[in-house]
Design a protein around this ligand. Sequence first.
Ligand code: UDP
Length: 479
Amino acid sequence: MITVSEVEVPELPLQRLESVIGVDRMKRLMSAADSAQHLFAGRTLWNVNSTATGGGVAEMLQVLVGYTRSAGIGVRWAVIAGDPEFFAITKRIHNQIHGDPGDGGALDTAQAAHYTEVTSANARMLLERVRSEDVVLLHDPQTAGLVPALRAAGAKVVWRCHIGSDLENRYTQAAWSFLRPHLAGADAMVFSRAEYVPPWLRDGSVSIIHPSIDPFSPKNQELDDKTVKAILVRAGLLAGNKGSSPATFTRRDGSTGQILRPADIVRAGPPPDPGAPMVLQVSRWDRLKDMIGVMKGFAAHAASPHVGKGDANLALVGPRVAGVADDPEGGEVLAECVDAWQMLPTEIRERIQLVCLPMDDVDENAVIVNAVQRHAQIITQKSLAEGFGLTVAEGMWKGRPLVGSAVGGIQDQVTNECGILLEDPFDLDTFGRGLARLLDDPEEAQRLGANARQRVQENFVGDRHLLEYAELFEAVVGA
Ligand code: UDP
């Protein structure tokens, strides 16, 4: 039985962005909000995806829906459902769009029939609520199958794909052939980079929109050093006295939250000392994020007693694997990481922790990510493929240098003045040496980090994202 659920997001005042984006950008945003309010009078803007928590799309919807509501637009967020077979198929499509075979399974007529069956059932449920004058913004491959039924009911339908590959191969072709029949009727499509648009869509109605971060969400809000430490001690990532200061933060609805749940941590020995430099990667447990590669590169070059003050540690941080509804491979990938960690010499194992964050409370989860990004001296995103990589913008916003692979959207964010871009994401030697270089030169790390923050302020804050959406909807509804 398919049930489409809805996520309630508190209204977030657009005005608060002014302190970050300045008066001129704020004026442009308010004027676009005004036009959008007229455009959407009597219509609802639906966002539809396949998980309420975990991953970049959910992260953005948690705030963009709130800002849109404060612009006076009727906006709702629905989450589709599926069985394990459906999510195995959509994860396969996800991997193949990134040019990777994934679990090696087929995308054939049997999978197409199951995909159509599940997405059609979701569309029927959704159509009990969506009206013909509404606009529906569908996110990612899980929802592409809803396009035909929603279009047939008269709604305007935009499909946004947050993933992609700069190169074509037989896997990308297979995945796009699978999705193509569903997408034919969409009023418009959105991709994160021009390179991600499949060849058969290049003449169509396609917009390129980069994702964004929100400086005020629990994920990115300012936290002083004392609070950062208190949160990380409470969550179990750092050594210290759990009761020494309050581990509190501001929730999206403005109330005060507290860290109540510790993380699940695989580690040998006590938590790292707060004074020791931390290298960090935050990712879902997904093979394409290459947490194992990060561990090996760190172990080979940065865990040496001759690097920095000789006491650097690595934290690999992801969600508890049961917490991400549409990612069935998380448990398996985490187990592979733990196996790889167990193979390391004891003295290196003691420098590395594998952390699974609680997912019961989305704001609590977010603020732990925020605190660990602020605590880290260097942030890595050594993905083998990446849609955009929100974790990169998040880390840069905290003034940290990024060591990332030159793949997908990571290249759009990290310049040589903000960190180190790894030409070959499989090159663990260069990666590990890059980490060691920045650990040896904290001043340079700090300089790159300051540039990184400025780059996010100029390019990856939500006002730009909302303006681009406003322009797109104007074209779609106007047509
Ligand atoms: N994330 C999180 N908690 C976790 C792990 C990840 O909130 O335990 C967030 C992370 O901070 C980022 C998003 O999930 O906002 C991941 O987005 P990204 O674009 O980096 O990758 P995706 O998961 O969409 O492939």
